[in-house]
Design a protein around this ligand. Structure first.
Ligand SMILES: Nc1ncnc2c1ncn2[C@@H]1O[C@H](COP(=O)(O)OP(=O)(O)OP(=O)(O)O)[C@@H](O)[C@H]1O
Length: 348
């Protein structure tokens, strides 16, 4: 039998080490939302970094972490693959593109996308999917494919000078895009709907997307002077693009740190890594993060940071077998020009 002293001792010790944070959870439509109170205790810092523990413990995927007033909120999803959508459900509306059931690329708020993916990971299908949706919405899309891989074929169905694969043509498109963007910034100020801080959409202009595949391979083709010039154009586009409606979608098999230096990478708010990648590849895409990455043999599967700094498991929209991208993109391009003509008869 324990003496009264040891019992008391036990009690005291227990009181000392026991701490109950206020935590709430809610389960709804496949989501688990966990809220933990931030009460300034010495454990608070740990509660702010529970994402991976919750993912592993609940066998779910963290899709968002938000700090609210007095709480940190984790939103988890049971099965990310269930949120994959078919290509026909990809839509572009109000500055946002729907990519999964609950995942949007809000390009107006989170401009520029960086995509990395090893061979066969689904990078090309993903880019083609976005091109089709963007064109359909009336966006102006310019495609740069320096390796003359799959995207160059689009020149047969797209307007002249919108698909480029030669070095001079690519450099010229980058230069022209920067010039147009700067001109747009001047023109916007003269528009009746313009107010300080207005963006391109507020004054009724269409967005412009520059889809640049294999940009690392392109950089490697250039001499040092041209390299600096190309980087300068890209820097200007990423810095000023959001307000003027110029967005870059940059893709490479492996993002090379030297072409994403000087804070350029951080300007790409939406980052996607598809297929098999090395630890250093993930590091280059997402920075130094607390996340265990794994590989599954599913085409179009990978990870994404949608602009919230939470890395989610990501599935590109599903493309059915035999889907005729060339034909669909040709039709989307015509539909988009028609839409632009209707919205602004002088703009096309
Ligand atoms: N979203 C998807 N839905 C259905 N199948 C897909 C999807 N993405 C990729 N695939 C399948 O995987 C194959 C390879 O995809 P894709 O050509 O996009 O890869 P990639 O990463 O661009 O590779 P590479 O660099 O070698 O061209 C496709 O031919 C297709 O069969």
């Amino acid at each position: 039998m324990e003496s009264i002293w040891s019992l008391t001792e036990k009690k005291v010790t227990k009181e000392k080490i026991t701490y109950f944070p206020r935590a709430y959870y809610r389960v709804k439509k496949g989501y688990i939302v966990v809220r933990i109170a931030l009460d300034m205790s010495r454990f608070q810092d740990r509660f702010l970094h529970l994402g991976e523990d919750l993912e592993n413990g609940l066998y779910c995927n963290l899709i968002e972490r938000e700090v609210e007033e007095n709480f940190v909120k984790y939103t988890l999803l049971y099965d990310m693959q269930k949120s994959r959508i078919p290509i026909k459900q990809v839509t572009v509306e109000d500055g946002s593109m729907r990519l999964m059931d609950h995942v949007y690329w809000e390009f107006d708020k989170m401009p520029h996308m960086l995509i990395a993916g090893g061979t066969g990971g689904g990078k090309t299908y993903f880019i083609l999917t976005m091109i089709e949706a963007l064109l359909k919405s009336g966006a102006d899309v310019r495609i740069l494919d320096p390796k003359r891989a799959d995207l160059a074929d689009l020149e047969t169905v797209m307007p002249e000078k919108t698909v480029l694969s030669k070095r001079n043509g690519i450099m010229m498109t980058l230069r022209k895009s920067v010039e147009e963007m700067l001109q747009r910034s001047e023109d916007m100020k003269q528009m009746p709907a313009y107010q300080t801080g207005s963006n391109y959409a507020d004054v009724g202009l269409s967005p412009v997307f520059i889809v640049f595949d294999e940009f690392v391979a392109f950089m490697e083709m250039l001499d040092p002077k041209e390299k600096m010039q190309a980087l300068e154009y890209m820097k200007q586009l990423v810095m000023l693009g959001r307000q003027m409606g110029y967005f870059l979608i940059l893709a490479a098999q492996r993002p090379d740190a030297k072409y994403l230096a000087d804070g350029i990478r951080d300007q790409f708010s939406f980052r996607v890594a598809l297929g098999k990648m090395s630890e250093s590849g993930y590091g280059m895409m997402f920075g130094d993060v607390d996340k265990t990455f794994s590989y599954k043999r599913i085409k179009g599967r990978g990870y994404a940071d949608t602009g919230t700094s939470v890395i989610i498991e990501f599935y590109t929209p599903f493309v059915p077998r035999g889907y005729d991208f060339l034909n669909k993109i040709g039709r989307a391009s015509e539909e988009g020009s028609e839409r632009r003509r209707r919205q602004s008869p002088t703009a096309v």
